[in-house]
Ligand binder design. Structure first.
Ligand SMILES: Cc1cc2nc3c(=O)[nH]c(=O)nc-3n(C[C@H](O)[C@H](O)[C@H](O)COP(=O)(O)OP(=O)(O)OC[C@H]3O[C@@H](n4cnc5c(N)ncnc54)[C@H](O)[C@@H]3O)c2cc1C
Length: 459
């Protein structure tokens, strides 16, 4: 390992950015971290369900310890991107030795269905940010009706069901999933949390209705039913909630029906048939039958995963327009190029100083542990690049203090009210005090203006 030290810009301050920065600091490098939000943590702070206090508190403690390291300089309330506070090429021009992009998946994935632009059609991420109190989502109204269809059946769908049944206490929430119950991507642990809201009678009827499909692929309908409702007797977090949690399997959405006032009246779905897997280890395939149904509802929520936000200005993968381009796969053929490095398809070569890790590299891919692992693997590649293991190596003559000063001068010139880590700590201390005074598990300021006001008052 070379003993040269470098200064890297890390974009984002979610799990990938923070664990990555920790690893880079361990190797003796300086990190300047630019984060869109005032507070760090990304989806660990503003995504993981609010009442998972222990998990969130544990992560917060680890993150605080890392962000308090001398070599890590946190700057919050600064968005990087084309129309944002600072562009990626401006960050590069300041002289950082490498840029690590860990901005998560901030884009919204829609299906392009007729009626998608109706008022009561939402994307899960916006609601998740809303109920986790991330400005500006925390300040927006999301008028949810009484009967909600959620498209998808992953863990995010179940967090939405959790919120709808325990906080909003809607009459019904129906998870609409294109495959069968055995292929559901959610985990048992998350399903258990919302099982107390299950409408067991409806679920039995639904399994009976698709029994022939299940048997065609050697699945036992009764076993599937038992497996699905295993925890239905467990109490829900909000006891006495009126919500019925239902399922419609083997249904793909094809359109959203609205009345003459634009109000959602139903979700039109196409029925799918299950076909036996081509390979023994595969899951069964699905194919549309052409048969359509209308599921009555007044609100539709998409929980189908997120995508990256192209306005960051990094090149996109031409074959996967919704992802940043990274050095093309089959690493064995390219031992001269670090994986996780951004690829410029127009020039046919990598951007030698720019890397991408975590959900920014692969949107909606796994839990915090996975984002950590991805960031750490990415940082191994970055360290190898910094050590000169590849054909192009960084200059390494940047002075970290000067770089930080230049960056802050640029932000000051633009009147960007950035927030330092001591300020974040002051804000969090104040939130903790308010939570104690009000006897709450947690309190969060939910507007940027209020947070800045509190900081300015504290001087
Ligand atoms: C609803 C939901 C519930 C979840 N529940 C769990 C759970 O219970 N347990 C678990 O282990 N995992 C859970 N996860 C997964 C976990 O949150 C992710 O694996 C992890 O947060 C991904 O980390 P990341 O750093 O790649 O992205 P993110 O966490 O999204 O962090 C991205 C960071 O980049 C910043 N940023 C964005 N754009 C810019 C920009 N242009 N400039 C500068 N900064 C920017 C953001 O402010 C943020 O700080 C959940 C995810 C969701 C969506």
């Amino acid at each position: 390992m070379s003993d040269e030290t470098y200064t890297l810009a890390v974009l984002g301050a979610g799990p990938a950015a923070i664990y990555g920065a920790d690893k880079l600091a361990d190797a003796g490098h300086d990190i300047v971290m630019l984060n869109r939000d005032i507070k760090p943590g990304g989806l660990a702070e503003f995504g993981i369900y609010p009442t998972k206090y222990r998990m969130k508190g544990g992560l917060r403690q680890v993150f605080r310890r890392i962000l308090d390291r001398d070599r890590i300089h946190y700057i919050g309330n600064v968005k990087a991107g084309m129309e944002a506070d600072i562009r990626v090429d401006e960050i590069r021009d300041l002289g950082f030795d490498a840029i690590v992009t860990a901005v998560g998946a901030q884009g919204t994935r829609w299906l392009g269905l007729p009626g998608e632009d109706a008022e009561a059609v939402f994307h899960a991420k916006d609601l998740v940010y809303h109920f986790n109190k991330l400005p500006p989502f925390s300040e927006r109204e999301y008028p949810i009706g009484d009967d909600v269809c959620v498209i998808g059946l992953g863990n995010v769908c179940l967090d939405i069901v959790h919120w709808l049944s325990c906080e909003k206490q809607v009459d019904s929430v129906t998870a609409v999933y294109r495959r069968g119950p055995a292929e559901r991507p959610c985990t048992e642990r998350e399903l258990k949390i919302v099982s107390g809201a299950m409408d067991v009678e409806q679920i039995q009827a639904e399994i009976d209705a698709i029994a022939e499909d299940l048997e065609r692929v050697d699945q036992d309908p009764e076993e599937e039913f038992e497996d699905l409702v295993e925890y239905a007797d467990e109490p829900l977090e909000a006891e006495g909630s009126p919500t019925d949690f239902r399922f419609r399997f083997l249904r793909s959405p094809v359109g959203i029906e609205t009345d003459e006032d634009g109000q959602v009246t139903g979700l039109e779905v196409e029925k799918n048939a299950l076909r036996p897997p081509e390979d023994e280890d595969d899951r069964p395939g699905i194919e549309g039958t052409g048969e359509h149904d209308m599921l009555s509802c007044d609100t539709v929520i998409f929980a189908i995963g997120d995508k990256i936000e192209p306005s960051l200005g990094l090149p996109l993968d031409p074959d996967h327009g919704e992802e940043f381009a990274t050095v093309p796969g089959d690493w064995d053929k390219h031992p001269d190029r670090p994986r996780y490095m951004v690829w410029d398809p127009d020039r046919g070569e990598p951007l030698w100083d720019t890397f991408v890790v975590g959900w920014a590299r692969e949107a909606s891919d796994g839990l915090v542990g996975k984002a950590k692992q991805d960031a750490e693997q990415g940082c191994d590649e970055i360290l190898a690049y910094l050590d000169g293991d590849f054909s192009i190596a960084p200059g390494g003559d940047a002075d970290p203090d000067e770089l930080l000063d230049d960056l802050l001068d640029l932000l000051d010139e633009r009147d960007v009210r950035y927030v330092t880590f001591p300020e974040v700590q002051a804000l969090e201390d104040r939130e903790e005090r308010i939570a104690d005074e009000r006897n709450l598990e947690e309190f969060k300021f939910s507007s940027i203006d209020r947070m800045l006001e509190v900081l300015d008052e504290a001087g």
